[in-house]
Design a protein around this ligand. Structure first.
Ligand code: GDP
Length: 429
């Protein structure tokens, strides 16, 4: 039915054996391929017959077992059917098995060589695997659209892989951290503490704004890029930034960072500007660690007062960590790296597609969306921050999306990390 030809199309070369007789491609073939800059592996299953039917049943059974294994391992399964043959008994069997699979499945209807034959695909909707994709493996027609859809369903590439392929000076995988707060809160003091002596500084790089400087620091968590450290390196600072200017600067830094450290001068308390800054950081989807600095200067009464202050004025931060520190003496800062490690790990987490879909299925079973709306499947499209792409048959109400978000957050223990949901319509608009 054209799997091998399709495989050749995807690989862009003649690698798989193409032959007319069924069953020639017996081996489970794995080939590296790429589409739009994304590297992935295509696995040709060599055909899969449910229940190992056919003339040579032991061979078929073996091939089927292999196919089953590769389907278990796959992020996306493409079922290839033949538009000219229509739905065969085998197709029905395979589709039945695939419907029980948690991860995404795409149906490619082959031999749709021209537009006139496109209506042949609709019969295959009966397979219950969503809208079929018309392709012509022989002519290459529709293969791009199929690959686009498959790429959208792949999980984000693991960070190590990106790092391995990256240029030495490129910093994919380096976490960007901004240190923000009001003037005089102790940002420079904190930064100088964190970098310790200059040997741990890998390099300074110009940031994106004219006078911003980023500093990459080697830590036990790996390199961390501190964003817009201009003025923080030197203890004698020249600029006496106004509140307003420092707010703008902080927001620009937050935009370029994965995590924000919000330094609050505990001797002053949580000010209106701290509050605004925290709201903006939170709104930008950037996780926050709050540092109550100058803790050494506070007496017991003041310490109690600021705890209340935090509860009142920063309650919207929910589970964000609040650390009591003294940047000057270094007290309490030993908790900062472990805290960052936790935030980074949560932020970076890539959840297996199967698990995402299991949670999705349970959530929908417990509480279906109104008006027959249904999410057919979901995948974690990006990890920074965790972003789930939901493929739905129609628009989902906001309240329902919030419900799903909550279920994902609980199931995967995402804590305070922002979670994004993107919805795509699965029907062919
Ligand atoms: P920035 O404007 O936020 O960068 O603040 P700086 O780092 O320049 O600090 C402002 C002042 O607060 C300096 O005089 C620091 O020595 C002092 N400072 C910073 N952190 C602490 C702290 O934890 N305890 C005490 N007692 N003073 C601090």
């Amino acid at each position: 039915m054209g799997k091998s030809t399709l495989m050749n199309r995807i690989l862009g070369r003649r690698e798989a054996i193409v032959a007319e007789q069924p069953g020639v491609t017996r081996d489970r073939k794995e080939m590296p391929a790429s589409w739009q800059g994304r590297e992935f592996t295509v696995v040709d299953t060599g055909g899969w017959l449910p229940q190992g039917t056919g003339d040579n049943s032991s061979m078929d059974a073996k091939v089927s077992a292999q196919s089953e294994k590769s389907m278990e391992d796959a992020d996306v399964v493409v079922m290839v059917v033949d538009s000219q043959a229509g739905i065969t008994g085998d197709d029905e069997g395979v589709a039945g098995r695939l419907r029980g699979r948690a991860g995404p499945v795409l149906v490619a209807v082959n031999k749709v060589d021209d537009e006139a034959h496109e209506n042949l695909i609709w019969e295959f909707i009966r397979l219950g695997l969503g809208d079929p994709f018309p392709v012509s493996a022989l002519h290459g027609r529709g293969v791009g659209d199929l690959l686009d859809a498959a790429m959208a369903l792949l999980p984000e590439e693991p960070a190590e892989q990106l790092e391995a392929g990256a240029e030495p000076e490129s910093d994919a995988g380096t976490v960007s951290v901004s240190i923000v707060g009001r003037p005089n809160a102790g940002k420079s003091t904190l930064f100088n503490r964190l970098i310790g002596d200059d040997r741990s500084v890998v390099h300074d790089q110009p940031g994106t704004t004219r006078d911003a400087i980023d500093t990459v620091v080697e830590t036990e968590l790996g390199p961390i890029r501190f964003v817009d450290t201009a003025g923080m390196r030197r203890r004698a600072r020249i600029d006496q930034a106004t509140e307003y200017y420092s707010l703008l600067r902080a927001l620009a830094a937050v935009d370029r960072s994965d995590i924000a450290l919000l330094v609050i001068d505990a001797t002053v308390g949580v000010t209106h500007q701290d509050q605004r800054l925290a709201e903006r950081i939170d709104g930008a989807g950037c996780p926050i660690v709050v540092l109550l600095n100058k803790w050494d200067l506070l007496d017991t009464e003041a310490r109690e007062a600021i705890a209340l202050d935090i509860d009142h004025r920063l309650h919207f931060l929910g589970e964000a960590a609040v650390l009591r520190v003294s940047a000057l003496s270094g007290r309490g800062l030993n908790r900062l790296l472990p805290e960052l490690r936790g935030v980074i790990a949560e932020y970076r987490r890539r959840i297996p597609t199967q698990a995402v879909n299991r949670v999705l299925r349970d959530a929908q079973a417990a509480h279906p969306a109104p008006d027959g709306a249904r999410v057919l499947y979901a995948t974690q499209g990006a990890a920074d921050p965790p972003t789930f792409t939901l493929f739905a048959n129609r628009t989902l109400p906001r309240t329902y999306l919030r419900y799903l978000e909550r279920r994902f957050r609980e199931a995967f223990d995402l804590g305070s990390v922002p979670v994004k949901l993107r919805v795509r319509r699965r029907s062919g608009e």
